[in-house]
Design a protein around this ligand. Sequence first.
Ligand SMILES: Cc1ncc(C[n+]2csc(CCOP(=O)(O)OP(=O)(O)O)c2C)c(N)n1
Ligand SMILES: [Mg+2]
Length: 629
Amino acid sequence: MKNILQKQSDTIKFLCADMVQRANSGHPGAPMGLSDVITVLSKHLKHNPENPKWINRDRLVFSWGHISSLIYSFLHLTWYDISLDDLKNFRQLWSKTPGHPEYKEVPWIEITTWPLGQWIANAVWFSMSSKYAKNLSSELWDHKVICFCGDWDLQEWISYEACSLAWKQKLDNLIMIYDSNNITIEWDTDLAWDENIEQRFISQNWNVITIDWHNFEEIDKALILWKISDRPFLIIAKTKIGKWSVNKEGSASTHWSPLWEEEIKLSKIKAWFDPEKSFYIDDEVLKEFRIKRPVSEIKIWSNETSLKELLNPDFSKIIWPDFSDIDSIATRSSNWQILNSISKAIPWFIWWSADLSPSNKTQLIWEWIFPEWKNIYFWIREHAMWAIVNAMNLYWLFRVFSATFFVFSDYLKPSARIAALAWIPQIFIWTHDSIWVWEDWPTHQPIEHLTQFIALPNFYNFRPATAFENIECFKKILKLESPSSLILSRQNLVNYKYSPIIWSVENWAYLFKKSLNPQITLLASWSELELIINSAKILEESGIWINIISMPCFDLLEEQSPEYINSIFDKNTKIIWVEAARWLELYKYCDEVISMNTFWASWKATDLFEKFGFTVENVVERVELFVIN
Ligand SMILES: Cc1ncc(C[n+]2csc(CCOP(=O)(O)OP(=O)(O)O)c2C)c(N)n1
Ligand SMILES: [Mg+2]
C-alpha cells in the first residue's frame, strides 16, 4: 500500500510525463527525479495561491526552465490559476504553459529563466532583498528563498560569483537544492567535471548536507535543519534523472525527449497507476496538496503606509540639479548629480557597482553600505551582479541602477536579455562610450555595443548629448516598465542650453535647429551632436542649409507617430546620420527591409516563421506595394 507522499509524488511524475508526451517535446527527466522533493517541500512552503504576489511569500526559484512541466503541475496541484487544460496545452502558442516559464504569464513565477545559472544569482538577491526590507520596516518580513539548481548551473561561473556573495551578506534564509543526478544533455558529467561540490560550498562558508533524495524522511529532516541554519544552506540531493521510468531511469535521453507511450504505460504499471489514464489526479492527492494553510501564516506587512510609499514613490519630490550655468560637462558627471537627487527623494532607488564607481561616477554620496544603507559593493563579479540586479527590480521594493564601462556590457548580455524578455525595469549605466575612452583603447572601446543593444527588443537605450537631455532621459526612465540603459560620456560635452522654442526632448529625436530651405538633415546623438553642429556652421557659410536632429533615444523615436517622424525627417533633404559606432551597413543597399523586432511567442518554428510574416505571400505583397508606389 502506497503512502500519501508516494501517491502525491507519483501523480506529479506522470503528469509531467503525460504533458511532455502530449506536446511531443520537452524534458521529463529532471521533473520525474524531483517529484519526491517537491512533494515534501510543499509541506514547508509559505505561499498564497489566492494572491500569488503576496509580498511575504517564500520565493521559490527554479534555476532551470526545462523543468517547466514540474513547475506547472505543482502550481496546478497547489491551486494556482493553472488548469488541467493548461497542462494539456503545454508548449502551445500563447498557452499559459510555455516551454520555459515566463514571468508575468505564469503565477508564482518569480522571473523568466533560460540561460543556466542565472536563477542562482536571482535567488541570492531575493534573499538580500528580504534583509533590506526587514531593515526598512517590519518584524513580519520573514520569508525564505528556495532555489533549485542542476549540474549545469553549478558548472556556470555565475554560480561561483553569486554563492560567494551569499555568505558575506549573511543570507541565512537561503537554501539551494542541488539536483545532483550527474547527467546533462549529452552524457555523464564525470566526463569533464568532477568537482567536489561539498568542499566548494564549505569553502564559501555555506552549510552543506548530502542526502538520498528519494527518501521522504531524509528530505524532511534536511529541510528542518535548514530552518535552524545560521548561514546559506546547500542540500546536495542525489537523484536519478527519469526516476521510475522502467527502461530509461538514469538515461540522458530523458533530459530532452518524451518517454513515449509504451514506456509511460510500463512505468505507470510499475507505480500501480492505471496505464490507460493520462493526466490522472486522485481526489485524495488533490486534497492533500490543497490543504489550506492556517490564516496566521498569511501575514500582511504591518506598516502598510510605508509600503505604499515605497511602491508608489512621489517623483515630484525630486529636486533636479540645475545645470543652467554650466558650459560643458561630461554626462557621467551630470548623471552623478541626477542619481543623487533621485536617491534623496526616493527610498527604493539603490545602487550597485562592480568596482568602477570612481570612473562611472555612481556612488550615492549621502549613503553608506547595504543592507542598512543603499550602496552595495559587489567587487568584480559582473555576470552575477546583473542577474542579481534583475531580481532586485522584481522584488517590488526596489528600483536599482548598476554601472560599468560600456565595453563590459559584454559580461551582462544574458541578464539584459532576460530583463527585456521579462519586463524588468533595470537601469544599466554605461559610461566611457565609443572611442573616447582615451589611453585604454582598443580593449576598452565599445564599437559594436550600441548596435547590439538597440537590436534588443523591449530595451531602451538613452544616449544624452547634454546635461539637460540627461535629466529628461531619467524622467522617462523612472516611468518605464522595461529595462533601459544610459550611455554616458567620459569626456566633457558642450552643454547646449535648453530653449523651449526648439527643444522637445519628449519625442526622443527633435529638431535642434531648423533652416528655412534646408538641403541636408544631419542627425546624431551624444558627442556627435557637437560634431554636426560645428560641421553645419561651416556648411552654411558656403550656402548649404542644414537641419539638425538630436536623438537621445532611438528606441523611443520608433514609437512616435508617423506624422511626428515626417515632421522632423524632412524627406526633401538628404538625411545623414553620424554615429561613432558600428552600424548595420547592409541597410545602405536596401530600400525595404522585411525583418522582425520582437520575441514573446512559444510555438513550433514553422508556425512562428509564418506568424512573423516570413511567407512567400507576405514578401510578394510587400514587393508589389513597393512597385505600385
Ligand atoms: C547558458 C546555457 N547554456 C546551455 C543551455 C542549454 N541547456 C539547457 S539544459 C542543459 C543541460 C542541463 O543539465 P542539468 O543542469 O544537469 O539538468 P538535467 O539534465 O539533470 O535535467 C543545457 C546544456 C542553457 N539553457 N543555458
Ligand atoms: Mg543533471
